[in-house]
Design a protein around this ligand. Structure first.
Ligand code: SF4
Ligand code: SF4
Length: 425
C-alpha cells in the first residue's frame, strides 16, 4: 500500500501564544448542524431565556450530536446559515446578557460502564475536533466482539500550516489529554495507546512523555513532518505500521483514532459536566501582524473575530480552518462551529492564476488515497458519472495535496469535491 504525502511549510507563528479568552460576543449564531450527521431540531424559540450549557437542539438520529447554548441570554430568533461544509443549516440566534450564568442542570455524568460512558459522550455534544465533525459517541460505538481494538491512536499531528490549536492543548492541558486517554482505554477496554506528534514539536513531545511517564501502556511517537499525516489511515500506518484497506475502517486494523483535543474535552466533560460550547482557534495569515490563539463561545461570528484580528489590510481571502482543507467564508455572520480550528486572513499575493494542465502527473504522485486527480477532473468536466465512480472519487478526502503540488495551479481538489456531489446527485 502506497501512502503518498507532501512536505508543507508550517508557519506556526502562533505556537508560543497562550490561549486568550476573547470578550463575550454580543450575539452568537449556533448552527443546529454541528456534525456530519443529522441536523438537530430546535428546543428553544424566540424570546426564551437560555443559560450557558443549556440544551437548545437535539435529534433522535444516532449519527447526530446535541447542541447547547454557549452563552446565557435571550433567543432572538432562528436563521439559516451556509455551513462551511456547504450545507444550509438552521441556526439559533442568542443575544448575550454578559452574565454567563451556567445552566443548573449541568452535572458531571455518572459513568460506571461502557454504555453509560457512550451515553455521556453523546450528551456532551462531542464531535471530532480535528475537523471532520464525526460524532465522538458514534466513533466509540464499535462492536469489540466483531472488531477488537487493541490500539487507541491519538492524533496530535496537526500537520496543516498555521494551525496550532491542538499544540496549545498539549502545552496548556496535557493532564486532561492523559485523563481522556485513560477514560477511553478503560471503558472501551483498549490495552494500549499511541500519541502521534510531529518531530518539530519537541516541547509537546516532552510534555506528553512527562505526563504519561508512569503509564507504560501509553506511548508518545514522534512523527516525520508530512501532510496529511492526520488522515486516519496514514496516522495508523505511521504509528503502528498497520495498513487499513481502501474499503475498511480503522477498527479492521485494531485501531481507534481520536483527535488530541477531543480526548482532552472528554476528560473535562466527565469532570465538570460542561458540554462542548467553546472552541480554541488560531488567528493567523500573511496579512496578520500578530498570530494568536483564542478561545471563543461556539457561534461567535466572523465579524466579531475580525475585530480581534491584527490585520494590516482588508483580507482578500478569509478561511475557516487550514489553508489545505479549510473553506473560504465571506458572510460576516458565519459562525464558529465545533470544528473551526482557525481563522486565516490572506492578501492577494498568494492568489495564483490557473493555467492549462501540462500532464506532469504530480497530482497523482501526491495523493495519499492513490487516486488520479487529473483524470477525476476530466471526468467531472465531461459529467461522466460512471467514470467518476470507476476512478473512486468517493475516496477523495479533500486534503488539497494535489492542488498544492500542481505547477499549473489548478484547483483540482475543489473540483473533486464537486465531482463527489455529482455522483451523489
Ligand atoms: S484532495 Fe483528494 S484527490 Fe487530491 S490529493 Fe487529496 S485525496 Fe487525493
Ligand atoms: S499536477 Fe496539475 S499540471 Fe500536473 S497533471 Fe496534475 S493537473 Fe495536470
Amino acid at each position: 500500500m502506497i501512502l503518498n504525502t507532501v512536505r508543507l511549510p508550517h508557519f506556526d507563528a502562533s505556537a508560543d501564544k497562550k490561549t486568550v479568552k476573547l470578550p463575550l460576543p454580543k450575539k452568537v449564531i449556533i448552527s443546529l448542524s454541528q456534525s456530519i450527521g443529522a441536523s438537530c431540531e430546535p428546543l428553544v424559540k424566540k424570546g426564551d431565556a437560555v443559560l450557558t450549557g443549556q440544551l437548545i437542539g437535539d435529534s433522535d438520529a444516532f449519527v447526530s450530536v446535541p447542541v447547547h447554548a454557549s452563552v446565557s441570554g435571550t433567543v432572538t430568533g432562528e436563521t439559516e446559515i451556509l455551513s462551511v461544509n456547504g450545507r444550509l443549516s438552521r441556526a439559533v440566534v442568542i443575544h448575550t446578557d454578559s452574565l454567563q450564568k451556567i445552566c443548573e442542570d449541568l452535572k458531571p455524568p455518572v459513568i460506571n460502564n461502557k454504555e453509560s460512558f457512550l451515553k455521556a459522550i453523546r450528551g456532551s455534544g462531542s464531535v471530532g475536533l480535528g475537523g471532520a465533525g464525526f460524532p465522538t459517541h458514534v466513533k466509540l460505538s464499535f462492536d469489540s466482539k466483531k472488531t477488537p481494538v487493541d490500539s487507541l491512536i491519538i492524533n496530535g499531528a496537526e500537520c496543516e500550516p498555521y494551525i496550532t490549536s491542538d499544540y496549545r492543548e498539549i502545552i496548556e492541558n496535557s493532564q486532561n489529554i492523559a485523563n481522556g486517554i485513560k477514560l477511553v482505554m478503560k471503558y472501551l477496554e483498549i490495552p494500549t495507546a499511541i500519541i502521534g506528534i510531529e518531530r518539530d514539536k519537541p516541547l509537546a513531545i516532552e510534555r506528553m512523555r512527562e505526563i504519561v511517564a508512569n503509564n507504560p501502556e501509553i506511548n508518545v511517537k514522534p512523527l516525520s513532518l508530512r501532510y496529511p499525516q492526520g488522515a486516519e489511515k496514514i496516522l495508523i500506518y505511521k504509528t503502528t505500521g498497520r495498513t487499513v484497506r481502501e474499503d475498511e475502517r480503522p477498527y479492521s486494523a485494531g485501531c481507534l483514532v481520536l483527535n488530541i483535543s477531543t480526548v482532552a474535552f472528554i476528560a473535562e466533560y466527565v469532570k465538570t459536566g460542561i458540554p462542548m460550547i467553546k472552541r480554541r482557534l488560531t488567528i493567523d495569515g500573511d496579512i496578520v501582524n500578530k498570530a494568536v490563539n483564542v478561545s471563543v463561545p461556539i457561534g461567535t461570528t466572523l465579524s466579531e473575530l475580525l475585530q480581534s484580528a491584527d490585520a494590516r489590510i482588508i483580507p482578500d481571502r478569509v478561511i475557516f480552518g487550514g489553508p489545505m482543507m479549510g473553506s473560504c467564508v465571506y458572510d460576516p455572520d458565519t459562525p464558529v462551529g465545533k470544528t473551526t480550528s482557525a481563522l486565516l486572513l490572506f492578501g492577494n499575493s498568494k492568489l495564483k492564476k490557473e493555467s492549462a494542465c501540462i500532464r506532469c502527473g504530480k497530482c497523482i504522485g501526491s495523493c495519499s488515497m492513490n487516486l488520479s486527480p487529473v483524470e477525476i477532473n476530466k471526468a467531472y468536466d465531461a459529467s461522466n458519472k460512471p467514470l467518476l465512480k470507476k476512478l473512486r472519487v468517493g475516496l477523495c478526502m479533500n486534503c488539497g495535496s494535489c492542488s498544492y503540488v500542481c505547477p499549473a495551479k489548478r484547483n483540482i481538489s475543489e473540483k473533486n469535491q464537486l465531482a463527489k456531489q455529482l455522483i451523489k446527485g
